[in-house]
Design a binder for this molecule. Structure first.
Ligand code: SF4
Length: 371
């Protein structure tokens, strides 16, 4: 454990208390927590002694690590990970070779860390298709998971197998949750995952001492509790029967619905319309490409430009209802805020996040700070 608090590190880096409070507000917004919980987050992040993190990479493209490294807003997101002490991350750590492995072993022996896993795990031929330091990914994962407090899978590969698992799956790739069954496992699928959701998960863990409430696929409800389709900025065009028919046509130029171009938004659960990517800059549907369903299992088999059959929606003669997702809470991972943080993230969470993540143009303190 390290002794600095998030608030200490914010201060050391010359950022104001307002920055710290704004970060707390932002995280409460992402987690769809009611206003009183902002104080609890603030108190938790001001406390010293944080949890170390071990980050393992297996069959991956390092895209999730790239997303993690590109996170710069809110700036305190980086600070919280400094404070967490990322003890081992083979892509970004300064040490290499035996020294890197020793650092990992020291953390594993001490226990009490969060294990973050990126990439799927090959199981064919006893796992020889992914070896690091002469050991298979299977072996490394089992050892690291044994002393972890909890395991967080980032990206579709570690959550569901991802591209390595796509047919014909030559390495017999497996997800983390197929291999780790005696620890809480939380999935943050996406290709890549969104680092905002990892930061919010960690803030929840630090504040409440456990992982947030999840659906049956181990995805946190605050981030995956609503369909993309239900919060999409093009939804009005779907309901009006206004569809892009081919790339570059008039409907495409006018920002109409991309369903007929293969958009998977109606069957995909993720908070992309709210948090977007690249620090809230944009997301695929806003830039003119349909959702590819990257937070769902086996999305590589969907066919990116294949129009999906919709059982629950009949465009455009029947207006598509905004439906409550048919998901169940995983009883082993039900958190303190289970009922509250779940489906409320939809429009309310999106609005909160977008309002709070805007740059502070006029220098006003956040409303929470004024209280
Ligand atoms: S089908 Fe896709 S583009 Fe159209 S409203 Fe739904 S999510 Fe948006």
């Amino acid at each position: 454990m390290v002794s600095s608090s998030v608030q200490d590190v914010v201060s050391e880096r010359g950022l104001s208390r307002r920055d710290f409070l704004k970060f707390c507000s932002l995280m409460a917004g992402v987690l769809a927590l009611p206003r009183p919980y902002m104080k609890r987050i603030e108190k938790a992040l001001a406390a010293p002694a944080r949890t170390p993190v071990i980050w393992l990479e297996f069959q991956d493209c390092a895209g999730c690590t790239e997303a993690f490294l590109r996170a710069s807003r809110p700036t305190a997101a980086e600070l919280i990970l400094d404070v967490l002490s990322v003890d081992y991350h083979e892509t970004i750590m300064a040490a290499s070779g035996h020294r890197a492995e020793e650092a990992k072993q020291t953390s594993i022996d001490a226990g009490g860390y969060l294990l973050v896993v990126e990439g799927s795990i090959p199981s064919a031929e006893d796992g020889i298709y992914c070896c690091i330091g002469g050991r298979t990914a299977l072996d490394i994962l089992q050892e690291a998971a044994a002393n972890a407090l909890a395991v967080v899978s980032v990206g579709n590969c570690s959550s569901f197998g991802g591209l390595p698992k796509a047919s014909p799956n030559p390495t017999e790739a497996l997800s983390v949750m197929e291999l780790v069954t005696d620890k809480p496992v939380l999935n943050l699928p996406g290709c890549p995952y969104n680092p905002v959701n990892l930061t919010a998960t960690i803030v929840h863990f630090l504040t409440f001492g456990e992982l947030p409430a999840m659906d049956s696929l181990h995805r946190p409800l605050f981030a995956y509790g609503a369909r993309i389709h239900d919060n999409c900025e093009r939804r009005g065009h779907f309901d009006a029967g206004e569809f892009v028919k081919e790339w570059g046509d008039e409907g495409h130029r006018k920002g109409w619905c991309l369903y007929q171009m293969g958009c998977k938004g109606p069957v995909t659960f993720h908070n992309c319309p709210a948090v977007r990517y690249n620090d809230g800059t944009n997301w695929p549907v806003a830039s003119g490409h349909g959702c590819i369903g990257c937070s769902e299992p086996d999305f590589w088999e969907f066919g990116i430009y294949t129009t999906i059959e919709l059982d629950a929606f009949t465009p455009p003669t029947t207006y598509a209802p905004v439906q409550i997702p048919a998901q169940s809470i995983d009883p082993t991972s039900t958190a303190v805020m289970g009922g509250l943080a779940g489906l409320a993230i939809g429009a309310a969470g999106a609005a909160a996040y977008q309002a709070l993540s805007k740059p502070d143009e006029n220098g006003d303190a956040s409303s929470e700070e004024k209280e």
